[in-house]
Design a protein around this ligand. Sequence first.
Ligand SMILES: [Zn+2]
Length: 130
Amino acid sequence: MYDNVLPPVCCSLCDLGYAPADAEDRRRHATYHARVDKLTAHLGRCPAGYSERERQKEEGRRLLDGATLDEKLRGADLVLTALYDREVLQRLHRERPGPPPSFTSFLRTVDLAAIVGEEMAPRVRRQHGL
Ligand SMILES: [Zn+2]
């Protein structure tokens, strides 16, 4: 009845869009949402959704162009954390088994120089013991 006219929504916690009127979609959301909750407990923080990651990358890139080394390191951290969160959330969507990679393991899989620049890549590697 009224349920059939509910518009699609986007969950503010797990960032998944779904149609509350569709029972199958509600189940899909509940399953995914539970996985995000588990990931949040594992990481000790909620992974950033799409718009927050975009904001972090924009701010991070601005800081990477900053004047001080501290600004650049904070910028690198913001950009890399946004990319890490995207990776771990994509793993949930693909229903990959097992725990997510650690942040350090993730850093080993990316082209740091392409992401944070030739100057900052060695510093980021040292900072994370790589
Ligand atoms: Zn949700």
